[in-house]
Ligand binder design. Structure first.
Ligand code: BGC
Length: 519
């Protein structure tokens, strides 16, 4: 997950510090965290569209897909074991992120990263060597556990090591590395599918071992964060470390703030109970609805199943994999647009613009598929212009997501949670996201079989709902310092009734000089 602490505007303080080699290495490891997550998102769709893979593990799907020409196109890939191969990872990630938060707090970030790395390595090896479906699923579950640990610890590590002023950029930088991971997976699938002998899928699945090894080795050689050392009472060592990380001697102010923040976080005894208080209703609502809506845009239908989808609508093997490479490339480029524009144009503008763009494209894609396939899924011959129009509008849809709900689905929650509920609210955010990612991955092929082209209208309906939700309920958070975040709720037409009781602890803590820190 992108960094939970993108609070560059934080207390308005400017601590001295440089981009030292330490910080650079930190960024590389963080990038690997995003990359491996993206790789796992992107790899399964391409692999499940490869005939040798299907023939070996899912012969009945292969039968329907390749041999039985009478089958309704929409239902070609409808198999629950096949979707379990993709979805099991997200269920495992959901479960392990709950455990990982305790491990990260009690034993430090490094140990969590090491765990994550080792789980990744074993998952990738089992997948690459798989001889039966159960090995595939066990491998995906191990990868999922790894993701739970890495996504919990890497962003935390990152936001504690990064100089204050780079945290916001690093937050979306993490999302960018997820999209790069998806693209790399799509490109590798394209080439590995061409390997004669049909064992290319082993390289695709086993390839995850490369970033996994980098995280594992990284976690062994990286230093502990000063925050983590302070938490364990090693104050002098922490100060020395901070000097080395920042590359300057004058770290007094930042160090003192870290100590104060650590004390403050110890005072937060019941983050879960806090979260249920009336004054945190806006935060709880956002922690649940933002990730829910992000998944209900339908983006992962494209990210997980683009090659399968393209094959369903009649593309040849090679063209399907190539189209996934194109949508993956658009995803990366549009995320860069978001990094550029998020503090200029604001969150609400991007959310609403992205929503409108996605809506229009979903309606066009549904119409194209509906016209060509009807309800019984019989396409006849597919003209080239048709393929071009579908890919074009899917690309415009993906770019709409990639500069709105993609990065903002992580950035906005991370900047609105006050200190005393941050750990709990962030867990809710991640868990809801993983849960709905799992649901979409598991039921998409079945939904396609039953709802046919109407599936795109189903997601379009949610895009309308979420855009209204943003319009009426999400205040603009661009350029608002954390210590003033309470004001946006207090002056909001709807949320003011929940937060106007003047006891907004988070703000009080920050006003008294507590820096924003992950707890
Ligand atoms: C979402 C993922 C999605 C990815 C696509 C992320 O923000 O959480 O579910 O696959 O964006 O780039």
């Amino acid at each position: 997950m992108p960094a939970v602490g993108g609070f560059d505007k934080g207390t308005g303080k400017a601590y001295p510090g440089n981009l030292t080699p330490y910080v650079t290495v930190t960024c590389v490891v963080a990038a690997m965290g995003g990359l491996i997550f993206g790789y796992d998102i992107g790899i399964s769709g391409g692999v499940t569209s490869m005939a040798p893979f299907l023939r070996k593990f899912f012969p009945s799907v292969y039968q329907k897909e390749a041999l039985d020409k009478s089958t309704n196109q929409y239902c070609k890939f409808d198999s629950e074991t096949l979707t379990l191969f993709t979805s099991s990872l997200y269920l495992a990630a959901l479960l392990s992120s709950l455990v990982a938060s305790t491990v990260t707090r009690k034993f430090g970030r490094k140990l969590s990263m090491l765990f994550g790395g080792l789980l990744f390595c074993s998952g990738a090896i089992i997948n690459g060597a798989a001889k039966a479906v159960w090995m595939l699923i066990v491998g995906r579950i191990l990868l999922g556990f790894g993701i739970g640990f890495a996504n919990q610890s890497v962003p935390l590590y990152l936001s504690e090591m990064a100089p204050y002023k780079y945290r916001g950029a690093l937050n979306i930088g993490f999302q960018l590395s997820i999209t790069i991971g998806i693209l790399v997976a799509n490109i590798l699938n394209y080439f590995f599918a061409k390997i004669k002998g049909g064992w290319g899928w082993r390289l695709s699945l086993g390839g995850a071992v490369v970033p996994a090894l980098i995280i594992t080795v990284g976690s062994l050689v990286l230093p502990d964060t000063p925050n983590s050392m302070i938490e364990r009472g090693q104050h002098e060592e922490a100060k020395t470390k901070l000097r080395r990380i920042r590359g300057v001697d004058d770290v007094e102010e930042e160090f003192n703030d870290l100590v104060v923040a650590s004390e403050a976080s110890k005072l937060v005894e019941h983050p879960w109970r806090n979260l249920l208080q009336r004054k945190y209703r806006p935060h709880l609502t956002m922690a649940i609805l933002i990730p829910f809506f992000q998944q209900l845009t339908g983006i992962n239908v494209i990210m997980f199943y683009a090659p399968v989808l393209f094959k369903t609508i009649g593309f040849a093997d090679d063209a399907s994999l190539m189209s996934a490479v194109i949508t993956g490339g658009v995803n990366v480029l549009a995320t860069i647009v978001s990094i550029y524009g998020v503090d200029k144009w604001g969150r609400r503008f991007l959310f609403l613009e992205g929503g409108t763009q996605m809506l229009i494209c979903q309606i066009i894609v549904a119409t194209c598929i509906g016209v060509k396939f009807g309800v019984d899924g019989e396409p006849g011959a597919l003209p080239k212009w048709y393929a071009i129009v579908v890919v074009l509008f899917i690309c415009i849809y993906v770019s709409g997501f990639a500069w709105s709900w993609g990065p903002l689905g992580w950035l906005v929650p991370s900047e609105i949670f006050p200190l005393e509920i941050r750990s709990a609210a962030q867990s809710v955010n991640v868990s809801v996201n993983m849960f709905f990612t799992f649901i979409i991955a598991q039921i998409f092929l079945n939904m396609l079989c039953h709802m046919k082209f109407g599936l795109f209208l189903f997601f379009a309906f949610f895009v309308v709902v979420m855009s209204f939700f943003i319009y009426f309920f999400l205040p603009e958070t661009k350029g608002i310092p954390i210590e003033e975040m309470a004001e946006v709720w207090k002056s909001h037409w709807f949320w003011s009734r929940y937060v106007n009781d003047g006891s907004y602890n988070g703000v009080e803590l920050v006003k008294e000089g507590y820096p924003v820190k992950n707890v």
